[in-house]
Write a protein that binds this ligand. Structure first.
Ligand SMILES: C=C(O[C@@H]1C=C(C(=O)O)C=C[C@H]1O)C(=O)O
Length: 361
């Protein structure tokens, strides 16, 4: 094919793409008009805007129906953004998250609430709880666990102290980059980062720098980037996006020890109840008496009801000198499922329901 024929073919294919885009745009506008009407209805009924179980059922249906090149993750990526824009149109809702900007929590929040939502970076997990509790933010996003390092105890304890609900969970892969103004690691004498990042990149640091390196923990990877930008001989271990946003060159990318490094985040709201989606997870806090066998009996009731527990974590109740414990428990199912209701009924005084939500992990 000659160059001019190729140009002509490319031109006609691009014309087809333009025509299809016109249709996609018109259809999206039609969709948004219906969404706006749903929003009106919800406002009149004072019902919640965000319905994760409905969004999941749309993606399930479309993934099953798709006959073209789009895979389920591709459909999910496109439609999660469409939903986020829809919700923003129904009612703009502020999303607080554990900052700073471009933190992993920010990435988790954006994966659910899209590019157009109003975000609010807060400097600590308690501040995110407080913002949602006082109504200054409609949603809060906080980390709950990393699959290499375990639970974020601060989040578990705060779930016990506040009356907030878990609306949804999000897991995102965690990748770290080593960024510095120096173009050789031999010039680097000091690395700034969060404590947890040093732990997750331990082998890389040892193999690259040996003993000859100072690791300086700071509160956030963004702060690490800012310090590394200013200081001679310094580097930051940070999310790639944090380095890029601050124009700090990346020397090594994906330096985490495990390729299988994920962090799970919770989306919190006040006065929020999810309807059943068919694939749900429920989280509770259980306060058990300090009698022998109390935990065994409690867990036996879940087993007898055919409920699959997916996580159990004990936390000190932090009261008195007799060392009582609270148990943070995740299990498959929705609080309205018959078998779950029965277990809840027989332990009503011991259980605090934190939420039932679409199981994503
Ligand atoms: C439009 C709705 O509100 C939100 C937006 C959705 C959408 O764009 O399809 C789906 C569920 C809700 O999170 C709805 O509830 O149907």
């Amino acid at each position: 094919m000659s160059t001019s024929e190729e140009q002509e073919l490319l031109g006609s294919m691009r014309d087809r793409i333009d025509a299809i885009d016109n249709q996609v745009l018109a259809l999206l506008n039609d969709r948004m008009e219906v969404v706006r009407q749903v929003g009106e209805l919800k406002k009149n009924n004072k019902t919640v805007i965000y319905r994760p179980e409905r969004e999941k059922s749309i993606i399930d249906r479309l993934a099953k129906r798709s006959e073209g090149l789009l895979t389920r993750p591709a459909i999910e990526a496109i439609f999660l953004e469409v939903f986020a824009i829809s919700r923003n149109l129904e009612l703009p809702e502020k999303v607080a998250f554990l900052g700073p900007e471009f933190s992993f929590t920010h990435q988790a929040a954006e994966s659910r609430f899209g590019a157009l939502s109003e975000y609010w970076a807060l400097s600590s997990i308690p501040k995110v709880f407080e913002a949602v509790d006082t109504g200054r933010a409609r949603f809060g996003v906080v980390p709950i666990e990393n699959n290499q390092e375990g639970s974020v105890n601060e989040t578990i304890d705060l779930l016990g102290n506040y009356e907030l609900s878990i609306v949804a969970e999000v897991a995102i892969p965690i990748h770290f980059a080593l960024a510095s103004t120096h173009d050789s690691h031999h010039s680097i004498k000091k690395i700034y980062s969060r404590d947890i990042a040093f732990k997750q990149c331990k082998s890389f640091i040892e193999e690259t720098f040996g003993e000859d390196i100072e690791l300086v923990p700071v509160n956030s990877t963004s702060k690490a980037v800012k310090l590394a930008l200013k200081e001679e001989g310094a580097a930051a271990l940070c999310p790639r996006i944090a380095a890029n946003q601050n124009r700090l060159p990346i020397l090594f990318d994906n330096v985490e020890d495990s390729e299988d490094n994920f962090t799970r985040f919770l989306i919190l709201a006040k006065d929020f109840i999810n309807q059943k989606s068919g694939r749900d997870k429920t989280t509770i806090l259980a306060k058990l008496s300090a009698k022998p066998g109390a935990l065994a009996k409690f867990l036996q009731d879940f087993y007898d009801a055919g409920i699959n527990l997916t996580k159990i974590e004990s936390r000190p109740a932090k009261k008195g000198k007799n060392f009582k414990y609270l148990f943070y428990i995740d299990f498959d199912g929705h609080f309205e499922d018959e078998n779950v209701r029965e277990v809840f009924l027989s332990h009503s005084k011991r259980i605090k329901l934190l939420g039932s939500y679409v199981k994503m992990c």
